[in-house]
Structure formats: C-alpha cells, structure tokens
Design a protein around this ligand. Structure first.
Ligand code: NDP
Length: 368
C-alpha cells in the first residue's frame, strides 16, 4: 500500500499540463470572497469520489479544485477531465503541504474506512476543513480523536451523510416532527446489496473495520435515528453467515438488529451483503405511516405516506450535499439533520453496541 503512495510527488506532477486560464480563474475566485465557493480537493479517487466529482459539476457553491491520490495515472486523468492544475495535486505523503495552498478550502476524504482517521487528522493538521465519508471511522475511539483533532486545528469536520439533505427524507422527518404520524412507535430499516469481488477492501477487516454493518447497515441505524427523532437506549442483534470463506472473521455478512428508544419506540433492522434490492424504510405511528423505497440509494428516492406519495423532484444527492455543506462551513447554517463529527460518532457507538450484542447474545444498554 505505502509503496504506491510514496513515489508520486516528484514524479512529474509539475510536468502535467497546467491550464493557465484555470489557474487565473482560481486566483480570481480566491480574491472574490463574496462568491463563497467552497474549493474542494477529493482524496481517494475511487468509485464514490468519481460520483462526487461528476455531481460537483452542477454545484453552485462548491467546486472541485484538487485531488489527493496514490495513483499517478488517476491524477493525470483527473487533471485532464476536471481541469485540475498540478499545484493542486497531492499524494497521501504530501498532504501536509496543502497547508500552503490558498486555493483549497476543504478536503473530502473518500478512502477505505480504516484510513479515515489518519487522513482526516492529516488534513486537519494542514488547516483545511474535512468532509469525511461514512462510516466516519472504524471505532468510536477513532471518531473521538478525529473530532478532537479538527477542534484543535479550528477546522470543521462534516460526515458525508448525503441523505440528510435529500428532499423526500427531510419531508418525512418534518412530518414526523410535526406529529402527522401521531406517536411514532415503530421503524423498520432494510439495508443491503450483494457484494461482488471477494478481494475488495470492503471484505478486508483491516481496511473496512467490519462487514455489511459498517458499510450499508449504518444507513438503517442512521435512518432509525432521524426518522424516529430519538437516540436508542438499547440494542439486541443476531448474526447469520452463509459464506464463511467470503465473509471471514470480523466481516459480518448479515445481521438483524433491534433498537429501543426512550419513548418506547422500537426499530427492527436488517443489514446484509447477500441480498439485492434491499433499501427500505418504514415508519409507523398512531395516526399514520411513511414508507420509503428506495430509501437511501442514489435515487430517485420514492416516498409515500398514509396521505399519498411525496412528489419531490430528483436532484443528484451529492450535488445538494456539497452545496449545503458549503453553506454550513461558510455561513454556519444549521441543518435540520446534523452532519458533524458527533453525528458520525453516534452511529459508531451503535455499530459497536450491535457487534457487542451479536458477540454476547445479550441486550446491550446505551447511556441516555
Ligand atoms: P473505492 O475502492 O472505489 O475507492 C477507494 C479509493 O481509496 C481507491 O480508489 C484509492 O484511491 C484510495 N485508497 C487509498 N488507500 C487505499 C487502499 N489501501 N486500498 C484501496 N484503496 C485505497 O471505494 P469507494 O469509493 O466505494 O468507498 C470509499 C469510501 O466512501 C468508503 O468509506 C465508503 O464507505 C464511502 N462510500 C460512501 C457512499 C455514500 O453513498 N455516501 C457510497 C460509496 C462509498 P487512489 O488510487 O486515488 O489512492
């Protein structure tokens, strides 16, 4: 891993074509502070970063201006594709140098889960705001260290919870908060997909920190919390495994879990790497219900309540997310659903409690 990350810096970044007009436009942008465009570098140029980069083309408040990668061929490609100048290209070993780059405001960490902590702290030390993908880390201890590092550095830490800005989701949340469903006492969350290539990092505990729960089950955890509007006080969980070779030690294939809330509400959820088309939320109350399917995929999200379907037009989630995050950073806008480090940490506490419940077979209590 480190070998492919060591060689790059001197290896000709400066020889890659610099688009002078682009550089000039960056300088202008920097000086026109009233534009408040969040200038973002993406770290880890994999499949999700590619999706984010495409989505950012239509952002109005955020702009892709830089990359951090361990793969020189990707840097070259991204420079050409997104007009990124060589002085905004970094490797994992040169992240500290971003400190001196006035054209980058924030770095979006989109690397494997187990690298989030190291990468987030490196970016914070370079004095740049951090947007970090979910799960924010592979343990709550790591999450706390990330929050502390960003606080010490005086930079923001935001977690890539794109659903927190999605219109249908926010509509259901507002209806729940307004009492439209009465007392909401039950949530069902089903989150899963069939995972392919057995050699990918998601099935390597050292890089993923866990299996389906860390990757996709976390959507049901998060969804239960934002749709019920409460924090769980206990969890129970059960694991099943059909393929112990593909899903080795520490990589959960399927976990069913239940969460209990202070109001008496309960959540019943399924997290799996072995079923496709599993993306559904159901919220039931004394006066009505909301159902979402798909509920957290890239969209369009489909949602309906006892009163009929919701009709929000589809907007690429990552476009909205990045524009909204720019507003959070520059204008200190308060979102309806938080996306800060503490929010990421709450999900990690629950992931840990679920793993503990699987292991012990016991109900695990959580502090109120
Ligand atoms: P990919 O494997 O497609 O990309 C990860 C990238 O990280 C690689 O391409 C590589 O980029 C970089 N990297 C650095 N070190 C390593 C290493 N040791 N092994 C492998 N890759 C490395 O993963 P995804 O893009 O799918 O996922 C990345 C993160 O984004 C995860 O945390 C995941 O949970 C999250 N995610 C979030 C989604 C959402 O909807 N919010 C959806 C999908 C993923 P390079 O070659 O440039 O160094």
């Amino acid at each position: 891993m480190s070998t492919r990350r060591h060689f790059l810096h001197q290896a000709g970044l400066t020889t890659l074509a610099l688009s002078l007009p682009f550089a000039n436009s960056l300088a202008q942008e920097s000086s026109q502070k009233d534009q408040r465009v969040l200038r973002v570098a993406l770290m880890g140029l994999g499949s999700y970063a590619t999706r984010v980069a495409e989505a950012m083309k239509t952002c109005t408040k955020a702009k892709l201006v830089g990359v951090i990668s361990g793969t020189p061929s990707k840097i070259e490609l991204w420079q050409q594709k997104y007009g990124i100048p060589p002085q905004n290209c970094y490797t994992y070993d040169t992240v500290a140098e971003i400190k001196n780059n006035k054209d980058i405001d924030a770095v979006y960490v989109i690397t494997p889960n187990a690298l989030h902590k190291e990468h987030t702290i490196a970016v914070a030390k370079a004095g740049k705001h951090v947007i970090c993908e979910k799960p924010m880390a592979i343990s709550s201890q790591e999450g706390k260290e990330m929050i502390a590092a960003c606080k010490t550095a005086g930079v923001r830490l935001l977690i890539g919870y794109r659903m927190h800005f999605e219109a249908n989701t926010l509509d259901v949340v507002k209806r729940q908060r307004a009492g439209e469903f009465g007392k909401t006492l039950f949530f069902q969350g089903l989150s899963g997909f069939v995972i392919g290539n057995p050699s990918q990092w998601r099935l390597n505990k050292a890089l993923s920190g866990g299996g389906a729960m860390m990757d996709i089950g976390i959507y049901s955890i998060n969804g239960a919390r934002y749709l019920l509007g409460e924090e769980p006080i206990w969890v129970t969980a059960q694991e099943s495994k059909t393929d112990p070779v593909k899903f080795g030690e520490g990589i959960d294939e399927t976990i069913t879990f239940q969460m209990g809330f202070p109001s008496g509400a309960t959540a019943s959820c399924l997290s799996t790497y072995s079923l496709n088309y599993l993306d559904k939320f159901f919220l039931s109350g004394t006066k009505g219900f909301a159902e979402m399917q798909p509920s957290t995929g890239y969209g369009p999200i489909k949602a309906w309540t006892h009163s009929g379907p919701l009709q929000h037009p589809h907007v690429t989630h990552q476009t909205t997310q990045m524009d909204e995050m720019a507003a959070l950073i520059f204008d200190d806008k308060q979102p309806l659903l938080p996306v800060d480090g503490e929010e990421g940490l709450k999900d990690l506490y629950l992931v840990e409690a679920i793993y503990q419940a699987v292991k012990s077979g016991q109900k695990v209590s959580l502090p109120r």
